[in-house]
Structures are given as C-alpha cells and as structure tokens.
Write a protein that binds this ligand. Structure first.
Ligand code: OMP
Length: 278
C-alpha cells in the first residue's frame, strides 16, 4: 500500500498540481443546458470526469450539490466517484465532516473505506472539535493509503473572525497546523497523509503561520479565480510550500460550459504549471 502523501507526489509529478472541482451550481447546470435533477448531476459530473482524464490528476467533487437531491443525488455521486477513480484520477470528496471522535470515525469510514459506495482517495474534514477528534479517520487513512484535508485557514471572508483567535498555542489555524505537523512528522515521509486547507485569499501572517510550517503538509488551496486570488500569485502566496499545493479551481473552469471544458482544463493546468515553477 502506498501512503497518500506519496500518491499525491506521484500525481503531481505525472499530471501537475491542478485539481478540478465538480461544483454543480444550479446556475451552471442551467448554463450547460442540464436539468438540476439527479440525472442532470450525474451527466454534469461525468462530463467533467471525461474532460479531466488525461489532462489533470485530481478531482474534487463538492458533495453538497449532490446531497441536495437526497439518496438519488448520492447515487449520482457514487457513479461520478467510480468513473473518476477508474479513470485514474485522485478523488478528494469535499464533504467537510466533523464531530466527536466516535461519530467522525463513521464519516471517515463512509468516505475512505476501500470498497465503500462513496469511496474517495481523500476527504475534507473539520477539526473544530480538536485535532484529536479526527484521530480515527487519520488512522483509517494511514491504514488504507487515503488522505485528509483539515480546514485550517479557509478562503471565505468570514474565516479570520474565528481562525485568527489566539489561545496558548497561537491562533486556531496554527494550533490545527501544529497537530497535523506532529502526525505527519511521525509518519516519516516527505509529505504526510494529513493535509490542510489553506485558502489562497488568506494572509498567512495574520492567521499566525508561515510557509515553512507547512513543510510536511499537503495543502489544498481554494480561493483562486472566482474568490479573487490569482493563479499567477501561487508562488508568492505559498512560498516554499508551493510544491505541496493542490490547486483547486471549480467555477473558473466549469463556466466554460461542456463544449469548452477540455480546453479550459488544459489552459488552467498550463497556467498552474507555469505559476508553480516561476
Ligand atoms: O475545502 C474546500 O475545498 C474549500 C475550503 C475553503 O476554504 N474554501 C473553498 O472555497 N472550498 C471549496 O472550494 C470550492 C471553491 O470553488 P470555486 O470558488 O468555484 O473555485 C468550493 O467547492 C468550496 O466549497
């Protein structure tokens, strides 16, 4: 079994750092000429998968848009996950779960257990209840070659009001990063299995951390494109951590529509490749 950090490094080397988000916003589905129904979600997701295979290595389906349609939406999501994984893409389930340890263990099992209907390669997760609360999904991830991305410094404008709050161990963000770093350091690989979500819109200093503190941490980077951050600024934003960054982009690509999708993915992947090297 290959650890998630290694799998991610391999994908970066083979296919670059762009991660295409599958966010079927109702307005986008309408622009694509697809009905906002479970069948429509399946079609939207599969079209993104088809355009992504061979052009990028990572997809991040946003679970919320599928969840709106209940069990039929989840069935569509299962099909999209299966198509993406069988196309060789690394799938990050953007599920943003979190709870007391005994319950979050079940969330981990839902999204990370090999053979589970919703099996992904990694999931987004919240450590608001303490980094120790996500110990069970972390153990499962380690045992199965899967990964976690823990919300640490999120891209939304409201995030600073809570995440920059300070306790004895520094800001909320710094406390989460320190817990993740300890885990990844103990794992002993150059890149650990537990990542952090660090929005590209975030001012690192006011959130109480720096790029050097991300050394063994895979970083999921939303906030580019529609949320205001520029792809050309990736190196300025993430500094020495740039090689660890999963560069997330959803609407900026999806707004190209079904016929322009493949070209938009190729263009975005090229822009990201240039930006991370410059
Ligand atoms: O975990 C995430 O992916 C995430 C964290 C965060 O801090 N900000 C953020 O925008 N996201 C997600 O990243 C995607 C951003 O979409 P675009 O702004 O269209 O690229 C959405 O699916 C968000 O839910």
């Amino acid at each position: 079994m290959t650890a998630f950090g290694q799998r991610l490094s391999d994908v970066f080397a083979a296919s670059g750092q762009l991660c295409v988000g599958i966010d079927p916003h109702p307005y986008l589905m309408s622009e694509w000429g697809i009905a906002d129904t479970p069948d429509g979600l399946r079609e939207f997701g599969l079209r993104v998968v088809e355009a992504a295979v061979g052009r990028v290595g990572i997809l991040k389906p946003q679970v919320a848009f599928f969840e709106r349609h209940g069990s039929a939406g989840f069935a569509a999501l299962e099909t999209v996950f299966a198509a993406a994984r069988s196309g060789g893409l690394l799938v990050i389930a953007d599920a943003k779960r979190g709870d007391v340890g005994s319950t979050v263990e079940a969330y981990g099992r839902a999204w990370l257990t090999p053979g589970s209907p919703l099996e992904a390669d990694a999931m987004t997760i919240s450590a608001f209840q303490g980094v120790g609360s996500i110990g069970a999904p972390r153990d499962l991830a380690l045992a199965t070659g899967k990964g976690l991305f823990v919300l640490a410094a999120t891209s939304n404008p409201e995030s600073a009001s809570i995440q920059t709050a300070r306790g004895d161990a520094g800001t909320v963000t710094a406390t989460i990063l320190s817990g993740i770093r300890d885990w990844n350091t103990a794992e002993g690989a150059p890149l650990g299995s537990v990542g952090a979500v660090i929005g590209a819109t975030v001012d690192f200093e006011s959130f109480g951390f720096d790029d050097a503190s991300l050394a063994v941490i895979p970083v999921l980077a939303p906030g580019l494109g529609h949320q205001g951050a520029s792809f050309s600024d990736l190196r300025r934003i993430y500094g020495s951590a740039t090689p660890n960054v999963v560069v997330s982009a959803s609407r900026i690509i999806l707004s190209a529509g079904p016929s322009g999708l493949a070209a938009a993915i190729t263009a975005q992947a090229d822009e990201v490749a240039k930006a991370v090297q410059s």
